[in-house]
Design a protein around this ligand. Structure first.
Ligand code: HNI
Length: 141
């Protein structure tokens, strides 16, 4: 459960992240592929080499979807409903991977915005990304 202060912090930081959504998303994906190579199998139809057009555009989509979720965290599951369906029924992504990618996003944000990434912001971000991963996992049962 996020406090009002934590929700405000998240909205504030995300406002700064969206202009560099492709950098954040592509770096998070690269880290996910490097640390959990099995995740690459879902992307065999795309060029996932560093800075490739596919990687940047896919990374941007992911980050913008998370940023949109941050606008109204109380409605996260409702707003992510189309993505829940896509990932569970069409793409058939193992839901464990949502936690992995969320963690990679956290790592990238901390390294790109070290001054904003206070312990308080860290907790708020971690809680929020955990909620995103959980929301995306909801259609699996
Ligand atoms: Ni995910 C497509 C958001 C985790 C594999 N994914 C998308 C799209 C968005 C998105 C947005 C584009 C939908 C569209 O075009 O309509 N993905 C998210 C979010 C997370 C996430 C917010 C969680 C943090 N996706 C993952 C994970 C994997 C994954 C963990 C696999 C390991 N996603 C995919 C694949 C596609 C995809 C594969 C289709 C890519 C394509 O273009 O063909």
């Amino acid at each position: 459960m996020l406090s009002k202060r934590e929700k405000d912090l998240i909205a504030q930081i995300w406002g700064r992240l969206t202009p560099v959504a492709d950098d954040i998303g592509s770096d998070a994906l690269l880290r996910m592929f490097a640390t959990f190579p099995g995740t690459k199998t879902y992307f065999s139809h795309l060029d996932i080499s560093p800075r490739s057009a596919h990687l940047l555009s896919h990374g941007k989509k992911i980050v913008l979807a998370i940023a949109e979720g941050a606008q109204d965290i109380s409605q996260l599951a409702v707003n992510l409903a189309p993505l829940q369906t896509l990932h569970a029924y069409q793409l058939r992504i193992d839901p464990t991977n949502f936690k992995i990618l969320s963690h990679c996003v956290l790592v990238v944000v901390s390294s790109m915005f070290p001054n904003d990434f206070t312990p308080e912001a860290h907790v708020a971000f971690d809680k929020f990304l955990t909620a995103v991963a959980l929301a995306l996992s909801e259609k699996y049962r």
